[in-house]
Design a protein. Structure first.
Length: 162
């Protein structure tokens, strides 16, 4: 396969950060916050002004701050890396046993065996190397054949596709 030129953009970065953040936070945590908020509102409406309401309000407020703060931290880090790229492009080379990404920031070779999951997004593939480490492969400019070739390598290496 010929080298593929990957074109990064702010939109791609924002989409992948949202996908990563959502996977880290999860629907259960959001539902717990919503449930606690509903219970807090019920207590306030029913006239309860005990210390339990204060503690519950603190827990809800801190949870919202942590959840929203974590998103902005992830986004700030990713956009900082994007800004440091002189030219928002990279060259992807796909091999049977590995893939190689080269940009003006350096080069990285990753064996397929190191990739635990791949999330297919609207504008990118998000490769999970570990729970806290990902790599983004933008789809913009990638032909259908190139995308299918990469997906076939993912399947051939028994990598979970999300």
């Amino acid at each position: 396969m010929n080298p593929i030129t990957l074109q990064y953009s702010r939109e791609v970065i924002k989409e992948t950060v949202m996908a990563y953040w959502w996977k880290q936070i999860g629907i259960v945590f959001i539902l717990v916050i919503v449930g606690l908020t509903a219970f807090l509102l019920f207590l306030l409406i029913s006239g309860d002004r005990s210390w339990i309401v204060g503690v519950l309000a603190t827990i809800v407020l801190l949870s919202i701050i942590v959840v929203s703060g974590s998103y902005y931290i992830f986004l700030k880090r990713a956009l900082s890396r994007f800004t440091r790229m002189g030219k928002p492009e990279a060259i992807l080379e796909v091999y049977d046993d590995r893939l190689k990404v080269t940009s003006d920031m350096g080069s990285n070779e990753i064996n397929w065996s190191l990739i635990s999951k791949v999330q297919l997004l609207k504008s990118a593939l998000l490769l999970y190397l570990s729970e806290n480490e990902t790599m983004t492969l933008p789809l913009k400019g990638m032909s259908t054949d190139e995308k299918e070739f990469i997906l076939s390598k993912i399947k051939a290496n028994n990598i979970e596709l999300l």
